[in-house]
Design a protein around this ligand. Structure first.
Ligand SMILES: NC(=O)c1ccc[n+]([C@@H]2O[C@H](COP(=O)([O-])OP(=O)(O)OC[C@H]3O[C@@H](n4cnc5c(N)ncnc54)[C@H](OP(=O)(O)O)[C@@H]3O)[C@@H](O)[C@H]2O)c1
Length: 323
């Protein structure tokens, strides 16, 4: 494992972090707690020391599992969690005021609930699960962030940026009041490279790269016939003709890079780590095998410039979350 500094927090976190949405269980089907716990433990044994969870993941279930594993390890594992939007709308909608989404008391109460679920004394990084730049001048989030930090409930604070809108966080970074941002960054969505990454580097803001495998598309394992349970989040994300489109895009990448079937997850994760602005990449990984494989990636280093130049051509702007 290799480590990078999470912006000005000074935390040295693993280049591969653990994305703990899937282990919440309600939106991702096909896993179970024993396998999730096993995957978490294997990852930590291999040096992973950063986990991204949220109160909303299985209504606290992901936090329970994460807390269990973190409490039993003998060394420091940094835990990031998130305050869900009170109106339960992902992503944040333009025109909806912060009083409906993140009132001061609600941010503090959710942080306390997360602490209870985790069974920890502090949350290393507390994030707002959505962000709307219209709230920039409001005092609710500023006061809540200040108070959860001064009371020790959280050590650092940040925002998880709305899907495919990296520039919506530029202004909040410039306030100097947050420590990190969490953003979609993968071979298909390279847009954070334009403005977000340079600003994050300039301001020493930690960047957590989420959905590095595009919810599984960039594993190369989805084809036109892949089936998901109707209540699985991926049934909607990969609905209709999207699986076929994904398979075609993946085949084009593999052909351009002349890589074999099965080699794409490594390329996809190294792609993210090739950016110095990225602190930690957080794939979801519910199996021991995926956790072990992903934790071996940092030792392989960044991708060669030639490969990055080819991958530039494979950016694919679209929003499967919204459409
Ligand atoms: N709004 C937000 O703040 C937000 C939104 C989405 C995600 N996130 C965070 O970002 C994390 C990552 O995103 P994600 O979990 O949605 O999607 P992802 O990391 O892009 O993809 C996860 C999928 O890739 C598979 N996988 C992982 N490693 C693999 C490997 N080496 N080979 C083959 N398949 C592999 C996983 O399988 P298994 O699970 O079966 O092992 C799972 O199906 C989340 O867990 C969450 O922490 C945050």
């Amino acid at each position: 494992m290799q480590y990078r500094k999470l912006g000005r927090t000074g935390f040295r976190v693993s280049e591969i972090g653990y994305g703990a949405w899937g282990i919440g269980g309600t939106q991702w089907l096909g896993g179970d707690d024993p396998h999730s716990l096993d995957a978490l433990r294997v990852a930590i044994d291999l040096g992973l020391n950063f986990i991204d969870t949220a109160l909303a993941y299985g209504d606290g279930h992901s936090e329970h599992l994460v807390g269990q594993v973190v409490r039993e390890t003998g060394h420091k594992v940094y835990v990031a969690s998130k305050v869900p939007p009170k109106n339960e709308l992902w992503p944040a909608r333009p025109g909806i005021g912060i009083s409906e989404v993140f009132p001061y008391d609600y941010i503090v109460k959710c942080t306390e609930r997360s602490l209870q679920n985790l069974g920890l004394d502090t949350i290393d990084l507390q994030q707002l699960h959505v962000w709307n730049p219209e709230w920039l001048d409001r005092e609710e989030w500023k006061r809540a962030f200040e108070d959860i930090k001064s009371s020790g409930k959280a050590q650092a604070v940040g925002v998880s940026i709305n899907d495919h809108q990296p520039d919506s966080a530029l202004a909040i970074i410039k306030t100097g009041l947050i420590d990190t941002v969490q953003v979609i960054y993968n071979i298909f969505d390279q847009t954070p490279e334009t403005s977000l990454f340079p600003l994050a580097l300039e301001r020493d803001i930690g960047v957590i790269a989420r959905v590095p495998l595009d919810e599984g598309a960039l594993t190369g394992k989805i084809d036109a016939y892949t089936q998901f349970e109707p209540s699985d989040f991926r049934a909607g994300y990969f609905k209709g003709g999207r699986k076929k489109q994904v398979a075609e895009r993946v085949a084009a990448i593999q052909q351009d890079l002349a890589i074999r079937d099965g080699a794409l997850p490594e390329v996809a994760l190294r792609f993210c780590l090739s950016q110095p602005a990225v602190t930690s990449v957080i794939p979801g990984m519910r199996s021991r095998a995926n956790a072990a494989f992903n934790c071996s990636i940092p030792g392989k280093g960044p991708l060669p410039e030639k490969v990055l130049a080819i991958l530039k051509r494979h950016a694919w702007p679209r929003n499967f979350y919204a459409e």
